[in-house]
Design a protein around this ligand. Structure first.
Ligand code: GTP
Ligand code: MG
Length: 1133
């Protein structure tokens, strides 16, 4: 029980049983704002680490790379005890990373908590990740409190006066509240407005004249604001300097001064922050400090004290003054602290007693954050309403479970509900069960005696041993390698016994990683060895309840197989203590815990329960898109199996990394960014695969799209023709293919049984953006459609329905004009993967296919809108075509494929195979005769009309013959021909690559600004905005940067600015690269300027060829050469 500090395991176990006094919370902030440092202070308050080391150790950053890089990469949890007067609280604290690359770790932490401490750097203020974490807290419905940290920087670095600091702090509060404010949906705003109105009625305008003494007896107390906005007088803000160990809330000073000055505490509580001042003569607190040029109370009574302490201790090092101050503060420090050469040591020693930050933060947390018993009912409903399902459409038994969450009952009858938010690994060696077995009382006494003796011996021999600090440090940073002290000091008998044990354990345990689930109990008592259901993300409780015998539980054997439901047995339960784990036999509800033995049944996250009525929790809300991919190989090919296993482990141990095996056989790792990539590679090398690996250069994702053909530009027109020739040349191999000049591609299956006519049309720029942003919604729509086709009710919540109708009308707004008439109602599918940013449009004359929106119109009967056979093949063909485009097999984006002809001729009835083909060919030719109107469904209609003569007949025929005998192979052929037709139609238009773009915010001082611009310029970055951060000499530059140019960017910026600027890169959007990858010079001038192949300046071509080469595709320099030859020939004639 090494690092349990003052609090024993038994005490923690007792505390776990009282949910009213449990607080589950996480610390969230932008990178480097001081989360882990603050956590250190809280951990030190429990004696787990020495308070002298708090802030230096960063105890919860237990990984080596976290310590080296100085940033947190994984969330980790620790349980702390806090005594507030009579009450004892259990604080389950989770420290999270602030770097964007690890934002998925934030999601896993937030899910398990009821509240969050938001930390903001007093100098930097609100930063991009501050906004992101506030959003996450908001989306998870957890309540935040605020810590404004690093106030010492305002004094020491910025040299602000206390008054300036006050103004600055006010601004920061405004910023934070502005973010919070903007998070409210209009619905919440409305609710609030209503409440405010009610309140106004209750307390009639008690206007506070500027001269009037504030009357606090009026019922302002319980204003709803306390939960929504941050305000020191509400008690949800702490001002702190974690590194110097101090922090305070207004409450503390109100308490101090109410005793000192005899002003009522509650009055001070409301006036210590704000525009109030002390009128010494009248002995009154007045409003209007600013207008009168008076010192606000906060400055006079709070900040000035701190400022003069820093002045005396750090700046002037005035011994006498410090002595005096210590006496008046009632603080005593050890002699060695006051003699220390670093004044910060003395400062911390004084502040740590006067205003201990742990006291301020923990008391705020216990007071302001809800206990597990106060879980908001909205949150519970949200957690249980997976997909589009409405809470009140869930089975009654499921809805009843809501009360289980709220009661948080340890009763044996209460269902067990557990959520696992991530899986993490620990070295098997450091698991408590592998360390030592629990000792009996005598053994412990014996050991203690022995330990004392050995300690004495060691002390004597090691007199010159390093300072206390160094010692404690090494003990704490390398717990896995140096065995805990008392273990090596056991009595002979015990230790020999243990040696045997550990010898036996060694070979298989050596460096073996064991998975522990990071989880929380919401209801019921969890016990080791308990059997529970694992509810898959698609599990439907209605189905489960129907199929399971009445009243069956996870304990029973021989349950019938139910889709997405399985059983598992819980292994060892752990108390999470930062770097250490402690064994537990059972964990009562409301607690965060670790669970062993789940690696076989839980991949990354899971919902576990003893009740089959529970639906799986909604998926975690990840903000980051994994975008950086690398291909990985073992250095020695024979070690491939180890790599494969290692990658599987990595996949399980990281909430957001993705591991794929590509068709080419490459093992690909997808990560959120460069730093994340580095961590994953380190993990693979050192923990999971334990082999030498080599990683490819990052694989940059691209998208393929088409653009409108330019209208007048001669050069391009020429190019267009030339390009088309290239396309036609390629097409020669397929003789059933026809391309008309308007871009309609007609293609038949090789047996000529089916013909499709497809046209590719670029979508307006905003459409793919909207579709990408609505991917979840579209997936829901797709599921609902599926349910409807299978004859089930879609069960959509009114909000989802509204959102979908909103999406539809926004699409209608974007797809306007003649060209897109009725287009939205003709949408057949989205793709790729059925929710991508491309559209398949039904322009087939006479085919009244229900659109994707069909399931929204529940009242509308099924009418005559039947779906033709093989409809699915057409959709599949479209999905495949959009998944990998013809340029370099990257996914398409912003392309609409309009299917204008679709004829199926069943083989049985066909007599003249050539007919249909000829008819279609001539039809499209005749349509092509109308110049000018090149594209669009309106044109398509006409094509369809003429095609109908042939198509209608075959359409009828199809119904009796086609599907019967050759269904299998025929559907496959149709998929292939649809895919091919889409690709050809795509190629018939001007093609472009799209590059992934990052946004980045760089904070830099004026001196290094120029260099930042230099680096950005070199990497094709575009500056969007530059502004000065108020009250500082820092500039904030917002820019976009192609992902392809971003590798090493952060490092380069850091180097060029001597570490003064460090950017945060976040994936933002896709951008069309202006240059045409198929462009070749056509005039002498261009020829001279760009060279023969024009590939020197063509960025798009460079990117495209790089991708093709990587994928082992033919790099088509041929097309270009061919084009040139033809043109040259033409010219020479
Ligand atoms: N001056 C000053 N520096 C601080 C304070 N708190 C933390 N720091 C420093 O800020 C740096 C970052 O601190 P961390 O605690 O690692 O920050 P973090 O928020 O955990 O960072 P990530 O986990 O990487 O997001 C360290 O160098 C700390 O010493 C403070 O109150 N004052
Ligand atoms: Mg940290």
């Amino acid at each position: 029980m090494a690092n349990m500090g003052h609090t024993s395991l038994d005490q923690i176990k007792a505390l776990q049983k009282n949910p009213a006094n449990i607080r589950n919370l996480c610390i969230l902030a932008h990178v480097d704002h001081g989360k882990t440092t603050l956590a250190d202070c809280l951990v030190a308050s429990n004696g787990i680490i020495s308070s002298r080391l708090a802030g230096k150790l960063r105890y919860l950053d237990s990984r080596e790379d976290e310590q080296i890089r100085g940033i947190t990469m994984k969330s980790s949890a620790i349980s702390l005890h806090y005594a507030a007067g009579e009450k004892d609280y259990l604080i389950n604290l989770i420290d999270s990373p602030g770097h964007v690359d690890f934002s998925s770790e934030v999601s896993t932490a937030v899910r398990l908590c009821d509240g969050a401490i938001i930390v903001v750097d007093a100098v930097e203020g609100v930063c991009p990740q501050t906004q992101a974490v506030l959003r996450q807290a908001w989306l998870e419905n957890i309540r935040p409190v605020l810590v404004i940290n690093k106030i010492d920087r305002l004094i020491v670095e910025l040299k602000f006066t206390s008054q300036e600091a006050y103004t600055h702090l006010q601004k920061i509060l405004e910023q934070v509240n502005a973010v919070t404010g903007s998070l409210f949906t209009s619905r919440v705003l409305e609710e609030r407005a209503e409440k405010d109105k009610d309140q106004e009625e209750v307390e009639p305008a008690e206007s506070l004249g500027s001269e009037q003494v504030y009357d606090w007896s009026a019922g302002l107390e319980d204003s709803d604001d306390s939960q929504l906005y941050f305000s020191p007088d509400q008690g949800n803000v702490v001002f702190a300097s974690a590194i110097d160990g101090w922090g305070f809330s207004i409450q503390q000073f109100a308490h101090i001064y109410s005793q000192k000055m005899g002003i009522r505490g509650d009055v001070l509580q409301k006036t210590l922050w704000g525009d109030f001042y002390l009128n010494a003569k009248a002995k009154k607190i007045m409003k209007g400090a600013q207008a009168k040029g008076k010192k606000p109370l906060f400055v006079q009574l709070v900040l000035d004290n701190i400022w003069s302490l820093y002045d005396a201790v750090v700046t002037r090092r005035d011994k006498e003054k410090v002595e005096k101050m210590m006496v008046s503060l009632g603080v005593k420090v050890m002699a060695r602290d006051s003699r220390h050469s670093d004044p910060k040591v003395l400062l911390s020693a004084i502040c740590g007693q006067w205003l201990p930050v742990s006291q301020a933060v923990l008391s705020m947390v216990c007071e302001k954050l809800p206990s597990p018993l106060d879980m908001p009912s909205e949150r519970i409903e949200k957690l249980m309403s997976v997909g589009a399902r409405r809470f009140d459409s869930l089975p009654a038994q499921t809805q009843e479970l809501k009360s289980a969450f709220m009661q948080c009952s340890s009763d044996d009858a209460a269902p067990v509900i557990v959520f696992v938010s991530k899986m993490f690994t620990v070295d098997a060696k450091s698991l408590p069960q592998n360390k030592q077995r629990p000792l009996t009382q005598e053994e412990m006494a014996q050991r203690r005696e022995l330990a004392r003796q050995r300690h004495a011996v060691r002390l004597a021999t090691n007199q010159q041993a390093d300072s206390e600090e160094g010692n404690a440090h090494s003990e704490n940073t390398t717990p896995a390698t140096t065995p805990p002290e008392d273990q090596s000091l056991g009595s002979e008998a015990v230790s020999s016994q243990m040696e045997v044990l550990s010898l036996k354990a060694k070979p298989e345990d050596e460096g073996k990683e064991t998975f522990v689930a990071f989880a929380r109990v919401y209801s019921g008592v969890v016990r080791r060895g308990q059997r529970v259901f694992v509810l898959g993300p698609k599990y439907n409780p209605a189905e489960g309840l129907r199929m399971l015998p009445e009243g069956s539980s996870s304990r029973a054997d021989g349950l019938p197989p139910i889709p997405h439901l399985s059983c598992c047995t819980l292994g060892t339960l752990y108390l999470l203590m930062g770097r250490e784990l402690e064994d537990l036999d059972e964990v009562p509800p409301g607690n965060v815990l670790g669970i062993g033995g789940l690696e076989e049944c839980v991949l990354k996250s899971a919902t576990l329960s003893t009740s089959p009525a529970l639906p799986p929790f909604i998926p975690l809300n990840f903000e980051a898109t994994p975008i950086v991919r690398v291909a990985i190989e073992p250095k020695h090919p024979s070690e491939m199996p180890k790599l494969v296993r290692g990658m599987r482990l990595l996949n399980q141990a990281d909430p957001c990394a993705e591991v794929l095996i590509q068709e080419t056989g490459e093992h690909v790792l997808v990560t959120a960014g460069e730093v994340h990539l580095q961590r994953c590679l380190d993990d693979l090398r050192e923990r999971f695969a334990k082999i030498e690996i080599s990683a490819s250069k990052p694989i940059i994702p691209f998208r393929e799209t088409i653009v409108r053909p330019p209208k007048v530009d001669m050069v391009n027109e020429d190019l267009g023709r030339q390009h088309k020739m290239a396309v036609i040349h390629q097409l020669k191999e397929v003789d059933s293919l026809h391309l008309d000049p308007s871009g309609l591609v007609t293609l038949s299956t090789s047996n000529r049984h089916a013909t499709v006519g497809v046209r590719a049309i670029p979508l307006p720029e905003e459409v793919p953006l909207l579709l990408e942003g609505s991917a979840d919604l579209i997936r829901t729509l797709e599921q609902a459609g599926q349910a409807q086709r299978e004859g089930r009710s879609p069960d959509m919540s009114p909000r989802t329905l509204e959102a979908l109708l909103g999406l539809k009308s926004r699409l209608e707004g974007l797809l306007h004009g003649r060209k897109w008439r009725n287009a939205v109602d003709r949408i057949w599918a989205f793709g790729p993967r059925r929710h991508g940013p491309n559209i398949l449009l039904n322009s087939v004359e006479g085919y009244q296919r229900p659109s994707v929106w069909h399931c929204l119109e529940q009242d509308k009967g099924d009418e005559a809108e039947a779906i033709r056979d093989f409809d699915n093949s057409v959709v599949s063909g479209f999905q495949l075509a959009t998944l990998a485009g013809p340029m370099c097999e990257e996914p398409l984006m912003g392309v609409c494929f309009s299917l204008e002809r679709w004829e199926v001729n069943p083989p049985a009835q066909r007599t003249q195979p050539q007919d249909s083909y000829e008819a279609s060919a001539s039809n499209s030719e005749s349509a092509g005769e109308t110049p000018g109107q090149q594209e669009g469904p309106s044109q398509a209609r006409r094509v369809g009309d003429t095609a109908r003569a042939a198509g209608a007949v075959s359409g009828v025929n199809r119904e009796d013959g086609g599907a019967v005998d050759c269904y299998g192979p025929f559907s496959g052929q149709l998929i292939a021909v649809m895919k091919e037709a889409c690709r050809r139609a795509f190629q018939a238009k001007p093609q472009r690559l799209m590059a992934a773009m990052y946004t980045c915010e760089v904070m830099a001082t004026a001196e290094v600004l120029g260099r930042v611009y230099g680096v950005l310029g070199k990497r094709e970055g575009r500056v969007l905005q530059e502004e000065m951060k108020e009250g500082t000499d820092m500039f904030i530059i917002k820019a976009v940067l192609p992902v392809a140019e971003s590798f090493g960017f952060a490092d380069e910026i850091r180097k060029r600015t001597s570490g003064l600027a460090s950017p945060q890169l976040v994936f933002s959007h896709w951008e069309v690269i202006g240059s045409d990858p198929f462009w070749v010079p056509t005039t002498e001038e261009e020829y001279l300027h760009f060279g023969e192949k024009a590939d020197s300046a063509n960025q798009a071509l460079k990117y495209m060829n790089a991708v093709r080469r990587r994928k082992g595709l033919y790099v088509e320099e041929k097309i270009v050469e061919h084009g040139e030859k033809q043109r040259t020939l033409g010219k020479n004639k």
